[in-house]
Structures are given as C-alpha cells and as structure tokens.
Design a protein. Structure first.
Length: 118
C-alpha cells in the first residue's frame, strides 16, 4: 500500500556527514510515522530516528545530537541528516513507515549502505 525508496547512502570518513532521503508513494495519506532503522553486520536491526505527521521526533540515544530527521509532506519524503559520523554508524539504513493507528512498522524500503571509515 506504501512503497518506500531510499537514496543518499555512501562512504565517508570519520567525522563526515551524509544525508539520506526516503520517498513514499501509494497510500501516503494514511501515514503517521516515518523513520529510519539500521542493521550492521552480525547485529539486529535497530531504531535510529522517527518523525510523526505532526513533526514530533524521536531519536536513539546513540545518535542524539548528531542526526536530524525531517519530513516534507508535500513531497512525501523524509530525510535523515547525519553529522559527526563514527565507524559504529556503519550499517544498512532502512526507511520505514507506520500507518495511522498502527502498532508496528507497516512498510520498509530496500535499504541503503552507509560506511564510515577511520
């Protein structure tokens, strides 16, 4: 019902910045949360950040103060601006979306690789 496509991943040195974007299509009128998760090799997928339709934002402790999530309702996009990147941020980053009234994440993107080298 909703399709998500990420872009903007890549490789960067420690301390660098990257901006990830996610575009939603389909039943975007039903979306409440949009967010980002990441999965590093050998680790479970973990929450990074999310933003509600009304602009409220949530961040994992590990990225607070370094990452900023934003949303453009007109374009059905959300961006994750990442600053002061660390090797521990290396992972595949997934965009996710949750519908209004939902209790779990309903749609996922295909993932985009972020690699931080020291």
């Amino acid at each position: 019902q909703v399709q998500l496509v990420e872009s903007g991943g890549g490789s960067v040195e420690v301390g660098g910045s990257l901006r990830l974007s996610c575009e939603a299509s389909g039943r975007t009128d039903r979306l409440d949360f949009m967010g980002w998760f990441r999965q590093a090799p050998g680790k479970e997928r973990e929450f990074v950040a999310s933003i509600r339709w009304n602009g409220l934002t949530y961040y994992a402790d590990s990225v607070k103060g370094r990452f900023t999530i934003s949303r453009d309702h007109a374009k059905n996009t959300n961006d994750l601006q990442m600053y002061s990147l660390e090797p521990e941020d290396t992972a595949v980053y997934y965009c996710a979306a949750r519908f209004i009234g939902g209790s779990s994440w309903d749609a996922w993107g295909q993932g985009t690789q972020v690699t931080v080298s020291s």
